[in-house]
Design a protein around this ligand. Structure first.
Ligand SMILES: Cc1ncc(COP(=O)(O)O)c(C=O)c1O
Length: 374
C-alpha cells in the first residue's frame, strides 16, 4: 500500500497513558473524557473506545448528534451532552441512554416534553461566572424549583449538577475561587430543595491538573488527554504525550535562485539559492493561514521554515541545502521527541491555542491509528 499523501497519526497508547496519568491527579473522582468536535480532531469513535479501555467511566460531548454518533459507533457507557438549541431531538438521545443537560427552565421543559420511552436522566448546569450556558441567579432558583417538582413527580431523574471554569489555566486567577464558591452555593440550594445530586463536576483539564478542591465526584478532561497543555505557561508534575502527529510527503521539490518569491502575494523571497519543498496540505485541511511565514516543520531530523502564505491545498517549506526528494516525509507537528515542532509551536506561530490547531484538522487528511489494543 502506498503511504498516504498526508496523514494524522493518532497514538492511542499515548492517549491511554495520558488518561491514566490524569486519573491519578483526581483519584477520588470519576473520569470523563471529552470527545466533542470529533475528539478534538483525533476521531471521536476511536478515541472514545480507547478512553473506555483506559478506564474513563464517562464520555462527554457538546451536541446531541455527537452523542448519537458515539452510540452508533457502539459506545454504551455513561455519556453526557450539554449543548442544544431549541427544537433539538431530546427523545432520541434519552432513548439512547444519554444523559442530557438542562441549562434553563425552558430547556428542562423541552426535555420533559420529549416523547422518550424512558425517564430522562438530567444534569443541571449552573452558570458560576463563565456567562455561557447554564442558569444564573434567580434563573438557577427557578431551575432548581422546576427540577425538584419534576423529580418529585417521577418525570425525571436529576443525576448531577455542573458548571465550567473560565480561568482554570491561570491557577492563581481569583475567578477560580469565586466560581468554586458559587458552585458550592448552587449545590447547597439544590440540596435544600430536596435534590441530592450524585455527581457534582466543575473541573476541566487545567483544574484536574492543579485544583483538587474543584474535583468533586467527576472531572471532565479534554485537551490534556490528547497530550496538549491547557496553557503552555502552566506548570505541574503530570507528564503528557501529544497524541497526534501530522505528517505529509513532499509533492514537489525544486531548487530556486536567490530572489525567487513564494506563494500568493509574494510575502517571502529567497535571499540565496535554496531548495523549496511543497507540502500537500493547506487551510482546506485546517492548517492555519495565520501561521504563514512563522511556523516550522520537522524534516530529516531537523527543522525547516514554512515560507510564503499557506494556500488551500498546500504550503511551501524552505529546505535550504538539505538533500530532499519528492515523497520525502515532513512532520508538520508531533510530540517533539525527534526535534519536530509541536501543535503548541504551531499555535504560537498562528497566534492561537493548540486546541484550535488539532481540532481544525480535517479535510483530505487521512487518520491512521497506532497502538490499538484489539
Ligand atoms: C463543558 C466542558 N467541559 C469540559 C471541557 C474540557 O476542557 P479542556 O479541553 O480544557 O479539558 C470542555 C471543553 O471546552 C467543555 O466545554
Amino acid at each position: 500500500m502506498t503511504a498516504p499523501q498526508a496523514e494524522a497519526v493518532i497514538d492511542l497508547d499515548a492517549f491511554r497513558a495520558n488518561i491514566a496519568a490524569l486519573k491519578a491527579c483526581a483519584p477520588q473522582s470519576a473520569f470523563m473524557t471529552v470527545v466533542k468536535a470529533d475528539g478534538y480532531g483525533h476521531g471521536a469513535a476511536r478515541v472514545a473506545r480507547a478512553a473506555r479501555d483506559a478506564g474513563s467511566e464517562w464520555l462527554g460531548v457538546a451536541t446531541l448528534d455527537e452523542a448519537l454518533a458515539l452510540r452508533r459507533a457502539g459506545d454504551r457507557g455513561d455519556l453526557l451532552c450539554w449543548l442544544a438549541a431549541p427544537g433539538a431531538d431530546f427523545a432520541a438521545v434519552i432513548d439512547a441512554g444519554v444523559e442530557v443537560t438542562a441549562s434553563s427552565t425552558d430547556q428542562l421543559a423541552e426535555i420533559l416534553a420529549a416523547p422518550a420511552t424512558v425517564r430522562p436522566k438530567v444534569q443541571l448546569k449552573v452558570d458560576t461566572g463563565l456567562s455561557r450556558n447554564g442558569a444564573f441567579g434567580e434563573q438557577w432558583t427557578e431551575l432548581v424549583a422546576a427540577a425538584t417538582v419534576a423529580q418529585m413527580g417521577g418525570a425525571v431523574e436529576i443525576t448531577g449538577v455542573w458548571s465550567h471554569l473560565a480561568c482554570a489555566d491561570e491557577p492563581g486567577h481569583p475567578a477560580n475561587g469565586a466560581q468554586e464558591a458559587a458552585f458550592n452555593a448552587a449545590v447547597d440550594e439544590l440540596r435544600a430543595a430536596g435534590v441530592e445530586p450524585a455527581l457534582r463536576h466543575l473541573s476541566n483539564s487545567a483544574a484536574t491538573l492543579t485544583r483538587p478542591s474543584a474535583h468533586f465526584e467527576l472531572v471532565r478532561v479534554g485537551i490534556a488527554a490528547y497530550g496538549i497543555r491547557p496553557d503552555p505557561r502552566m506548570t505541574y508534575e503530570t507528564a503528557l504525550t501529544p497524541v497526534m502527529t501530522l505528517r505529509a510527503r513532499l509533492a514537489a521539490v525544486k531548487r530556486v535562485p536567490a530572489g525567487a518569491s513564494v506563494s500568493y502575494g509574494h510575502t517571502w523571497t529567497a535571499e540565496r539559492e535554496t531548495t523549496l519543498g511543497l507540502v500537500p496540505i493547506g487551510y482546506g485541511e485546517g492548517i492555519l493561514r495565520t501561521a504563514s511565514n512563522r511556523a516550522e516543520v520537522g524534516f530529516a531530523g531537523g527543522r525547516a521554515r514554512q515560507v510564503g502564505v499557506v494556500c488551500m491545498d498546500q504550503f511551501v517549506v524552505d529546505l535550504g541545502d538539505a538533500e530532499a526528494a519528492r515523497g520525502d516525509l515532513v512532520t508538520v507537528f508531533g510530540p517533539g521527541a525527534d526535534g519536530e515542532p509541536t501543535a503548541e509551536d504551531w499555535a504560537e506561530a498562528a497566534g492561537t491555542i493548540a486546541y484550535e490547531v488539532v481540532t481544525r484538522l480535517g479535510g483530505r487528511i487521512e487518520r491512521t491509528y497506532v497502538g490499538e489494543s484489539e
